[in-house]
Design a protein around this ligand. Sequence first.
Ligand code: PEP
Ligand code: MG
Length: 461
Amino acid sequence: MLNGSVVSKGIGIGIAKVISSKGNEVMSNEEYIAAISDMKPGAVLVASRLTPYLVGLLKDYSIAGLVCENGGMASHSALVAKSMGIPAVYDVVRATEEIADGDTVIVDGSNGYVYERPDPEIVASYSAKRKKYLADLEELKGYRNLKTVMADGTEASVLCNASDILSVMHAIDEGGEGIGLFRTENLLSGEGRIPDEEEQTRVYSRIVSAMKGKEVTVRTLDIGGDKSLPFLDLEKEDNPFLGYRGVRYSLGHRDIFTTQLRAILRASAGGNLSIMIPMVTCIEEMRNIKSLIHEIKSDLRDEGFDFNDDIKVGATIETPSAAIMADKLAGECDFFSIGTNDLIQYVMSADRGNSRVAYLQSVTQPSILRLMKHIFDSAKTAGIEVSVCGEAASDPEVIPILAGFGCRKFSVNPLSVSEVRRTLSEWSVEDARKLSSDILKIPVDQEIRDHIHKIYKERKL
Ligand code: PEP
Ligand code: MG
C-alpha cells in the first residue's frame, strides 16, 4: 500500500493509466493530451505532476480516481481535482514506479491510501466501503436545500468557491448560499488574452443575476505563484510564491486592474457584489486600492454608469503580515476572508505544492490556529465579518473549531456544501467554543487532531 495526502474524498477502484514525466518537469499540454488519449472511462490516472489546466482536461474522461506523486493537497492542481469530485490522493511518493499500466488500483480519498494490485479481500472490503460512501452522499443530498443552522439554532451560511460560470451553476445546484470566492484567473485566461471591460462586465453581471440577490465576492486577479497566464509577460522568478503575485501584480499593472475593477463595479449595479483583494500584506496596499476605486467610481459616475456606491471591499487574509496586522487592517476593510491554503503555506514556510513538506501543510498547527483566533477577535472588535474560503473551511474536523472562533460564513467547493452544513448542524456554539478554547491550549498538531478525534468519538459523530 502507498499513501499520500487526502485531496478529494471518495473511493475509486479501476485500472491504472500511468503517466510519468521525467524529473520535476511538467509535461507539455500536447504530450499530456497524447498520453491520456487512450485512457478508458473508469481508469485510475497515476501521474507524476499535473498542472491545474491538465487536471481540468480530465472532465472528458470519467476517471475513477487520481493518484499524483507531487502537488500538495492545497495546490491549485489538487483543488481542481477536488472541485471535479474525482477521488484523489496527492504526494504519493514513487507512485509512477510502484504502479504499472494495467494494474488494479484502489484510491481511498478518505484517508490518503492507495492500494496497488490489491488482494481480492481488499477489493471486496473497498466495494462495501464505496457503497457506504455513496449512501452517505445520498443522505447529504437532504441538506442541499436546507438553511444552515447550528445545533442551538444559531444561523450560519455555506457559500461556494467558483472560478467560472459552470462552477457557479454547480454552486446553485448544490445549495450554496452565495459565492464567497470567485477566482478570476480562469476567466481572465480563457481567451488567450485579458477580456476587455465589456466582456468582463457581462460575465460578472451574469454571475450576479444567476445568484438572484445572493452575495457574490469577486476576487481580483491573483496571478503568480503556481498560477500563470501564458500570454502575460510574467518574468521567471526564483521564489514565485514570494514574488510578484496577486495585488502586487495588479497594483503594478494599473491598466489590467482598472479594467477589472471598472467591470466589477459596473456589474455591482445588478446585485449583491463585493470586491476581494488577494495577497494583501500591508495597510498601504488597501489604502492605494481604495483610492483607486474612489477614482474609478468618479469616472464611472461622470460617464453615466450605474454601480453600487457602497460596494464592500475586503481582503483575503492569507499572509502572515496581514494576519498579524488584522486588528489594524480591519479598519481598512469591509470584510476579511481567511485563505487558509496560502496562510498555512506562508506561516509554516512550506510550499503548498511541494510534497516533501506536505506534512507541515496543516491547519491544525497551533501557530495557524492562534493566528486565526487573532483574526476573528480583531474583526469582531472592528465589527467586520470574516469568512473562511481556504480548504480548511470544508474539513469536518476543523469546522467546529472555526465556529468556536466565531466563524459563521464558510466558502467551500460546491461538492462540500452539504457536508459542511450537516457538520454545523451537529454543533452548538457553546460546544464549538469549548472545543476551540481547549485545542488552543495544546501545542502540538497531532495532539490537537487526537483531541478532536476523541471528542468526535465521544459525541459519536
Ligand atoms: C487560499 O489561499 O486559501 C485561497 C482561498 O485562495 P487560493 O487557493 O486561490 O490561493
Ligand atoms: Mg490564496
